[in-house]
Structures are given as structure tokens and as C-alpha cells.
Write a protein that binds this ligand. Structure first.
Ligand code: GLN
Length: 196
């Protein structure tokens, strides 16, 4: 299995390590950095890390990576978006997204709001119930996290926190408002890799 990690900005290294850890548990595979066009077509799965969604979106679009991701999604390649990655997967942004004309991939039928839980100093971690990965709560780390405010057709809600939807799935697309790559728990990565 070849996993492409979009490596434009944000928590890229952490995602590479987390993906490699999960892959090694299931018999191997490789994580490759995606900094330019031409790599995505050979990937079996794609991860969009957290960071600054405006920057990642703009550069991804400019470099032609965004178009390749959209084609991959059409070809049923699983895509995981965490935090800023969740924002980028969304079809519907908030006022800020609209006003700044921010680029979104528009792949998932979700409405999002950026920085739903407040600023950097309001970052927090919390045990989160995510039934699809088992009984035991997942230690979810939220850093200037977005949230899903509403879902449309074909979207399955996987977890909620403070009344917001913070994990969702639509076919082979998975959106998480928090950072699974910052914990040693590989259950969400394994859940995602099972979609390949
Ligand atoms: N607040 C960031 C954004 O709106 C996302 C934060 C993160 O990815 N840690 O792009």
C-alpha cells in the first residue's frame, strides 16, 4: 500500500510517522510525501494533514495537486482529512471561507466552520467515543479545530464533541476535526486503511 501525504504545510512529519506505524502493524506499505503533481495517481490512499487550510488549499490548487486529488476521489481512492484537511474536503464553508474566497476541494457533503472551538490557547484533548473503532475512547487532540455543523446526503456521523460533529465518513472519504497523528493510537489510521 502506498499512502500519499500532502506535504505542503502543517503536521506532515507526524502524519508520515503515524501512517508508517499503522502500516507496519498490518504488514507494511509506504508513506510518500506529495509536494508536487504526478505522485497522487500512484497512491492507494491520500492523507490531508492539519495546518493552515488557506495556505494548503491555495498551493495545492496552484500546483495541480488538487485536481489530481479530485480525480483520485472519483476513482474511489480513500482520502483522510484531519483538521485543516477536514476543511479542505468540505463542499460548504462558513462565512470566513466565503468572504476570503478560500479554495475547497468540495468532495464531502458537509458544512464546516473554521476554528469552531476557539483560538490556539483553547486547544484541548478529550476522550472521544468513536463507536466504529471500538468501545475504548480515543484521546482526541483539538488544535484550533474546525467542526462539521451539518451533513447532507451519504454522510455518516462517526463522533460528536460539545454538540459538534467532529468525525464523519462519506463512502471512502473520512474527515476528522482533531489530530490522530499526535497520539500512538493507530485505530483511526487502521479504520482508514481498511477502506483501501
Ligand atoms: N484553524 C486552522 C484552519 O482553519 C486549522 C487548524 C489545524 O489544522 N490544526 O485552517
Amino acid at each position: 500500500m502506498r499512502v500519499g501525504i500532502i506535504a505542503i504545510q502543517g503536521s506532515v512529519e507526524e502524519h508520515v510517522k503515524a501512517a508508517e506505524r499503522a502500516l507496519s502493524e498490518r504488514g507494511g506499505g509506504e508513506a510518500v510525501l506529495v509536494k508536487h503533481a504526478g505522485i497522487i495517481p500512484s497512491c492507494d490512499a491520500i492523507i490531508l494533514p492539519g495546518g493552515e487550510s488557506t495556505t494548503i488549499g491555495r498551493l495545492m490548487h496552484r500546483e495541480g495537486i488538487a485536481d489530481e486529488i479530485k480525480s483520485a476521489a472519483k476513482g474511489d481512492v480513500p482520502i483522510l482529512g484531519t483538521c485543516a484537511g477536514l476543511i479542505l474536503l468540505a463542499r460548504y464553508g462558513d462565512k470566513q471561507v466565503e468572504q476570503t474566497n478560500q479554495f475547497l476541494l468540495e468532495l464531502m457533503n458537509i458544512h464546516i466552520t473554521r476554528n469552531a472551538f476557539g483560538r490556539q490557547r483553547e486547544s484541548f484533548e478529550t476522550p472521544l467515543k468513536i463507536p466504529v473503532i471500538g468501545e475504548k475512547a480515543f484521546n482526541a487532540i483539538f488544535i484550533r479545530a474546525p467542526a462539521i455543523t451539518k451533513v447532507e446526503k451519504n454522510v455518516e456521523i462517526l463522533a460528536k464533541c460539545n454538540g459538534y460533529i467532529v468525525a464523519a465518513k462519506q463512502d471512502k472519504l473520512v474527515a476528522l476535526a482533531f489530530h490522530p497523528e499526535l497520539t500512538r493510537d493507530t485505530r483511526l489510521h487502521n479504520f482508514f486503511f481498511d477502506l483501501v
